[in-house]
Write a protein that binds this ligand. Structure first.
Ligand code: G1P
Length: 295
């Protein structure tokens, strides 16, 4: 089935304090994973799943991200004059039918507020959200079939918004939105590397382990019906004084129902220094191995 969802929001307004000093003058989304900036893989993932319009929600210090996805005319001319057409072409990899635009969040009032900031571009369409701190493993995952692509298909078939979840270690529960399942039997649907989508009772944002309703964490990939905008507009600040996307999702669950989708493959947290460094090493090793195999 072809997805009807063509828009994706990528919030990029965070200052990346966990990535200092690297993120002091370079947006954290442009820090390298192997030989590409981290956000390159997230945009590729969205495109592989069928997304055509990507909306970055940022602020004044993030315009380098927009430039990364645009043609650098001066560089392009210079490379071609030197006969480096192949290199010039490789920089312009974005498909013709894919557009990337940027809108500013204004005040940093939280993830829910950032998503709502994209409404003037998205209008009344349904849309996906990809959090760029989370990079799914592109070396082991088929992005045209799994995770976001699967969620888009499930959304198109059922009209239920979809939230990607994955089981995390006890020590990581407090870092994530955590799913509350409707019944313990749903746990049977979550086999390693299964593709499952089923209704969820709610979410708790960053609970203490003792209060957590499960260990299924929100991974950072969402597909929403446009109605989430109505709920976001009514959402008041909560955890951390921020307008939380999780609260708007709970409101959507109460009227429309929302499904969780289980993640296939693995993911990296590129917004945390030690996970980022491990991810960098993994990406670099994979790419060096591929280069060696190709030569
Ligand atoms: C956000 C969400 C959280 C989710 C997490 C995934 O939190 O609020 O529900 O689990 O992303 O990375 P943040 O990491 O922005 O604090």
């Amino acid at each position: 089935m072809k997805t009807s969802v063509k828009y994706a929001i990528i919030p990029v307004a965070g200052f990346g304090t966990r990535m200092l000093p690297l993120s002091k003058s370079v947006p954290k989304e442009l820090l390298p994973l192997g030989n590409r900036p981290a956000i390159h893989y997230v945009v590729e993932e969205a495109i592989a799943a069928g997304i055509k319009h990507i909306v970055l929600v940022g602020h004044a210090q993030k315009s380098a991200i927009e430039n990364y996805f645009d043609l650098n005319a001066e560089l392009d001319t210079q490379l071609r004059q030197k006969g480096k057409d192949g290199l010039a072409d490789s920089l312009n990899w974005l498909p013709e039918d894919v557009s990337i635009s940027m809108i500013r969040q204004g005040k940093p009032l939280g993830l829910g507020h950032a998503v709502l900031a994209a409404q003037p571009i998205i209008g009344d369409s349904d849309f996906a959200v990809l959090l760029p701190d989370v990079v799914l493993n592109p070396f082991t995952t088929d992005m045209s079939q799994d995770n976001l692509a699967f969620m888009l298909n499930e959304f198109t078939a059922s009209n239920h918004s979809q939230i990607l979840v994955n089981e995390v270690a006890d020590s990581d529960v407090h870092k994530y939105g955590i799913a509350k399942l409707k019944s313990f039997e749903d746990l049977n649907q979550i086999q390693p590397n299964s593709k499952a989508s089923f209704g969820v009772a709610g979410f708790v944002e960053k609970p203490d382990l003792a209060d957590a309703p499960s260990k299924l964490a929100v991974v950072g990939r969402y597909v929403f019906s446009n109605r989430i905008f109505d709920y976001l507009a009514d959402t008041k600040p909560s955890v951390g004084g921020e307008i939380q996307l999780t609260d708007a999702i709970d409101a959507l669950i109460s009227t429309d129902g929302v499904n969780v989708t289980t993640m296939r493959g693995d993911s990296f947290d590129a917004g945390d220094m030690s996970s980022y460094m491990r991810a960098f090493i993994y990406f670099a090793e994979q790419q060096l191995n591929n280069e060696t195999a190709a030569s």
